[in-house]
Design a protein around this ligand. Structure first.
Ligand code: SF4
Ligand code: SF4
Length: 267
């Protein structure tokens, strides 16, 4: 039976591929790719395409990058929100460049929330201080977790060979829910395709909707539905553990709940 998924509910857009950190479990630190910012033309094309299909779900503004390094970020968010008012715009960040003022400007521009990972004691302190100054509504928009308590040992579909420790026989929810565009405008199979080894199309040449409904991605889905990752070269190396929307949901819930374990004292 053909179980073609409905439209994606999360579009991941790599607005640049710059990062200031060198986390040892991240491919950014091991094998850097050519670097740059996504062009404004590419961003505009994505906005117009999403507008055309009346997209109303999630927009993530990071992939292998620290989004706060992009000076255009507030502008980009405002542009997406203006054209796609029903969407939920978010990104993940290391928080190194987050200030209270910037956070408020991002929210004012239309950002819904930030998933933030605090990597060391230095920024943990300043983030706690900033968090303390947020009002109740603002706090709901900032989810913080503390590393290294969270162990992220996914091999990024083979980009980190030393972490490719097991062959999984599992489906993968990503191809049924998310679509990813890297900073050069390639539409890639999933968020684990760091080197763009499985390109489904290109912004400007192919329509997101056509890519989403293409035989190429349906072939991947078919194999994953059978829990067979061996057929697709990228998937066969992948030990991504978040194989269902449910487990992904609990992962995010645990992230949000971190502040319960590390309560912030009132001013
Ligand atoms: S901060 Fe994020 S993008 Fe940057 S190196 Fe670490 S994990 Fe990778
Ligand atoms: S199995 Fe891994 S490589 Fe394949 S689509 Fe899922 S996350 Fe991507």
């Amino acid at each position: 039976m053909n179980k073609k998924p409905q439209l994606f509910n999360d579009i991941i857009i790599e607005t640049s591929n710059f990062c200031n950190r060198t986390c040892n479990y991240c491919p950014v630190s091991h094998s850097p790719r050519p670097q740059g910012f996504m062009s404004n033309d590419t961003l505009q094309m994505i906005v117009q395409e999403l507008k055309h299909i009346d997209y109303s779900d999630k927009i993530c503004l990071n992939l292998y990058n620290e989004p706060l390094l992009d000076k255009r970020l507030c502008e980009i968010i405002a542009c997406f929100k203006r054209n796609l008012p029903k969407t939920t715009i978010y990104f993940a960040s290391n928080g190194d460049f987050l200030t209270l003022e910037l956070f408020r400007n991002l929210i004012k521009s239309g950002l819904s929330h930030i998933w933030l990972t605090s990597y060391d004691k230095n920024n943990e302190q300043s983030l706690r201080e900033m968090y303390r100054r947020l009002n109740k509504e603002e706090r709901q928009r900032l989810n913080i977790r503390f590393f290294p308590e969270h162990k992220f040992l996914d091999c990024r579909a083979g980009s980190l060979p030393e972490l490719c420790n097991k062959v999984l026989r599992q489906d993968c929810f990503r191809v049924n829910h998310q679509i990813c565009v890297n900073w050069v405008g390639q539409i890639i199979l999933c968020c684990n395709d760091y080197y763009a080894t499985f390109v489904l199309g290109n912004i400007g040449r192919d329509k997101l909707l056509d890519v989403w409904n293409s035989d190429k991605i349906e072939y991947v889905r078919e194999n994953l539905r059978r829990k067979d990752r061996s057929v697709i070269s990228l998937c066969k190396q992948c030990n991504a553990p978040y194989d269902t929307p449910k487990s992904y949901f609990f992962e995010r819930l645990a992230w949000s709940a971190k502040w319960l374990l590390f309560p912030v004292k009132k001013a």
